[in-house]
Design a protein around this ligand. Structure first.
Ligand code: NAG
Ligand code: NAG
Ligand code: NAG
Ligand code: NAG
Ligand code: NAG
Length: 545
C-alpha cells in the first residue's frame, strides 16, 4: 500500500520534468535512483550552483570519505536510509564559495515533506555528515554546508573578508535557499516545513537565523550556542594567560585535574538529593578548592592536596571575565566537567582564539596570546565585531515571524558555560518585556543536566540533537535506534506542525552497549528538575518545579 502510493507519486512526477526518465515500468526505488543520478543535468537552479556529485545510496551502504581533511572526515559510516546524496558548490561572492550536501531520503513525501538544515562547529569548515545521516533516517531532507571553507582552522579567513562573511552567516543562508530548491526539484513537491538544528557554533548560527532571518525556518533548534562569540574568544585567551598564568611548570597536571573534577562532584552531587555523579543544578554548586589545600609539610604526592597557588587558580576559574572598566564579558567556567575545561587552559595556548585573532580580527599571523593579548585586545575585537558575529540581538523578528526557537545547553558543559544561555534567555525577557509565559509561545529554553558540550556526559545527555551521533564508546551506533519521540527534534516538529509545545525534552543516558542507562524529562527554564523519590535513573522519579 505504502509502496504503491510512493510509486504513484514518483510515476506522476516523472512526467513533470523532461529530463526525468519515465517510471512506468521500473520499481520506485529504481525510479528514485535514476532521478537522483540525473540531477547533474536536471538541477541547475542558478549560475552560482554547480553539482559536484549526485548518487543514490541505499540503506546499509557505506560512504567514501568525502573530505580530504581528517578533521572533516566521517569514518566507516553506514547509511541509515535510502537516500539521494547531492553535493554542490555554491558561489557566494566573486571570491568565496561554499560546498554543501543535501541528503534526500526516498520516503520524504510520506514522512511530512520536511527540510532540515544542520550547523557547524568551532571554526569549521566541515559538513556534519553524521547529522545528515541520522536525520534522513527520520525522513527529513537534510542539508549541511562547509560554512565557506574546508577544515577547522581560521587560516582561510586571512585577508579574505568574503570567506569570513560566509562563516558568520552567509553560507548558512545561501545553503538553506539552495537546499530547499534541491528538495523541491528532486521530489517535485514543495517543502511543507523547514527546520534548523546546530550546536556550539551551530547554536550561534541558529540564534543568528532566529535574530536576522527567522522567515527561513518554521522551527530553529540552537544548542550550546557560541553567541557571545567575540568575548568567548577573549575568555579562552584570558583564562589561559591571566588566570592559569600558564608558565612552566603547568599549573595543574592531568591527574590533578581529574582529582579536582571528582572533588567538585563530591562537593555538589548530592545537593539535588541523589548521588548519581550528576550536578542537577550547577547554579547551586559553589566549589570550595580550599577543602583540598595542603597542610604545611603535605604535598600532592603524599596527600593528593593542592598548593595555595593552585587553590587560588581554581577559585578564579569559576569567576566571570571582566574587561576594561569592569565590563562583564563572559561567565566563568561551569563546575562539574573540569577535565574538559582543562583543555582550554592546560599546556599550549588554545588554538581557537589564536586563529580568530590572527586571521579574522588582526590579520597578523605572528600574533600570540603570550605577547599580544590584553583587555584592550578584547575591546578591539568587540569594536570590529566581524560581520556582526556578536549574536546578541533580541528575538523581536522571530516573534513577529510566528516561528519557533528551542534553545538547549548542557549544564555540565565545561567548554562553553550554560550561564551564557541563561543570560541570553533573561535578556530577551527584559528587552522584549515578555514574562516567560508569553515567551513560551515562540521561545523555549531547556537546560540539560549531565550533558557536556553538545554530546556525552554522565546524565541523560542524549536528546537526539546535533553532534550527538558519532561512533565512539560514548555514542555507540545503537543510539540511532532510540525512539525519537520526545527528543528535541521531534518535539519541535510537534510544536510546529501540531501546535503542541514541549514542556520537557526527553534525555537518555547511554551505556557502552548503546542501550539507555537512564531517562529524564529535562525541564523548561526556569523550572528545575527536582527529585521526588524512587530510582533516580528513571524519569518518573523527577518533577519540574
Ligand atoms: C574503519 O574501517 C577500517 C577498515 O575496515 C578499520 O581499519 C578502521 O579501524 C575503522 N575505523 C573506525 C573508526 O572504526
Ligand atoms: C567552487 O567554485 C569556486 C568558484 O566560484 C571555485 O573557486 C572553487 O574551487 C569551487 N570548489 C569546488 C570544491 O569545486
Ligand atoms: C574606560 O573608562 C575610561 C575612562 O572613563 C574611558 O576613557 C574608556 O573609553 C573606557 N573604556 C571602555 C572600553 O569602555
Ligand atoms: C612575522 O614575523 C616574521 C619574522 O619575525 C617577519 O618576517 C614577518 O614579516 C612577520 N609577518 C607579519 C605579517 O608581520
Ligand atoms: C551589522 O549590524 C548593524 C546593525 O543592525 C548593521 O547596520 C550593519 O550593516 C551590520 N553589518 C554587517 C557587516 O552585516
Amino acid at each position: 500500500m505504502k509502496l504503491a502510493r510512493r510509486y504513484a507519486i514518483l510515476g506522476a512526477l516523472a512526467t513533470v520534468g523532461s529530463s526525468f526518465v519515465s517510471a512506468d515500468n521500473i520499481n520506485p526505488s529504481k525510479a528514485f535512483s535514476i532521478r537522483c543520478s540525473n540531477l547533474p543535468k536536471s538541477f541547475q537552479p542558478d549560475q552560482k550552483t554547480t553539482v559536484l556529485l549526485a548518487e543514490f545510496l541505499p540503506k546499509g551502504s557505506t560512504i567514501i570519505n568525502p573530505s580530504s581533511l581528517p578533521e572533516c572526515a566521517i569514518t566507516n559510516t553506514t547509511i541509515l536510509a535510502d537516500i539521494c546524496r547531492l553535493r554542490l558548490n555554491v558561489t557566494t561572492s566573486s571570491t568565496s564559495s561554499t560546498v554543501m550536501e543535501a541528503w534526500m531520503p526516498a520516503d520524504w513525501s510520506v514522512k511530512g515533506r520536511r527540510f532540515l538544515m544542520t550547523g557547524n562547529g568551532g571554526l569549521a569548515g566541515c559538513i556534519g555528515f553524521d547529522d545528515l545521516n541520522y536525520y534522513t533516517s527520520l525522513g527529513f531532507a537534510t542539508a549541511g554546508h562547509n560554512n565557506g571553507h574546508e577544515g577547522n582552522t581560521g587560516l582561510p579567513f586571512y585577508n579574505r573578508p568574503e570567506v569570513l562573511k560566509d562563516y558568520v552567516f552567509r553560507a548558512l543562508l545561501t545553503a538553506t535557499h539552495v537546499g530547499k530548491k534541491a528538495a523541491t526539484h528532486l521530489y517535485q513537491q514543495v517543502v511543507k516545513n523547514s527546520y534548523y538544528i546546530g550546536c556550539s557554533t551551530g547554536g550561534r548560527q541558529g540564534l543568528k537565523a532566529a535574530q536576522d532571518f527567522p522567515e527561513e525556518f518554521d522551527g530553529i533548534i540552537a544548542g550550546a550556542p557560541a553567541h557571545n562569540w567575540n568575548n568567548l574568544m577573549s575568555a579562552f585567551a584570558y583564562y589561559w594567560k591571566y588566570v592559569a598564568n600558564q608558565q612552566n611548570p603547568l599549573v595543574m597536571t592531568a591527574d590533578q585535574w581529574v582529582a579536582w573534577r571528582d572533588e567538585v562532584i563530591h562537593q555538589c552531587d548530592t545537593i539535588d538529593g541523589v548521588a548519581d555523579l550528576v550536578i542537577e543544578d550547577p547554579r547551586k554548586c559553589r566549589p570550595r578548592p580550599e577543602a583540598r589545600l595542603c597542610a604545611p609539610g603535605q604535598t600532592w604526592n603524599s596527600n593528593k592536596c593542592f598548593t595555595s597557588y593552585q587553590v587560588t587558580f581554581l577559585r578564579k576559574l569559576y569567576e566571570p571575565f571582566y574587561g576594561n572598566n569592569g565590563t562583564w564579558l563572559y561567565p566563568g567556567f561551569a563546575p562539574g566537567d573540569e577535565t574538559i575545561t582543562s583543555f582550554w587552559i592546560q599546556a599550549a595556548p588554545p588554538q581557537l582564539p589564536i586563529d580568530w585573532y590572527r586571521y579574522a580580527v588582526l590579520s597578523d599571523p605572528n600574533w600570540t596570546i603570550e605577547k599580544d593579548f590584553d583587555l584592550d585586545t578584547a575591546d578591539y575585537n568587540n569594536a570590529v565585531d566581524a560581520f556582526n558575529i556578536s549574536t546578541y540581538k533580541d528575538l523581536s523578528k522571530l516573534k513577529a515571524s510566528g516561528h519557533k526557537l528551542i534553545q538547549y545547553h548542557g549544564l555540565a558543559d565545561g567548554s562553553l558555560t550554560y550561564e551564557g544561555s541563561d543570560l541570553y534567555y533573561e535578556s530577551n525577557v527584559r528587552r522584549l518585556g515578555l514574562p516567560s509565559a508569553q515567551m513560551d509561545k515562540f521561545y523555549r529554553y531547556f537546560p540539560i543536566s549531565g550533558l557536556s558540550h553538545c554530546a556525552t556526559g554522565k546524565g541523560a545527555w542524549f536528546i537526539g540533537a546535533a553532534n550527538q551521533f558519532f561512533n565512539s564508546p560514548a555514542s555507540p551506533a545503537g543510539i540511532t535506534g532510540f525512539d525519537p519521540a520526545g527528543g528535541v527534534v521531534m518535539s519541535m516538529v510537534k510544536w510546529v506542525e501540531e501546535g503542541i509545545a514541549p514542556e520537557t525534552i526527553l534525555g537518555r543516558g547511554v551505556g557502552a552497549d548503546g542501550k539507555a542507562t537512564s531517562t529524564k524529562d529535562h525541564c523548561k527554564y526556569p523550572k528545575k528538575s527536582t527529585y521526588v523519590g524512587g530510582d533516580a535513573s528513571k524519569r518518573t522519579s523527577w518533577r519540574c518545579l
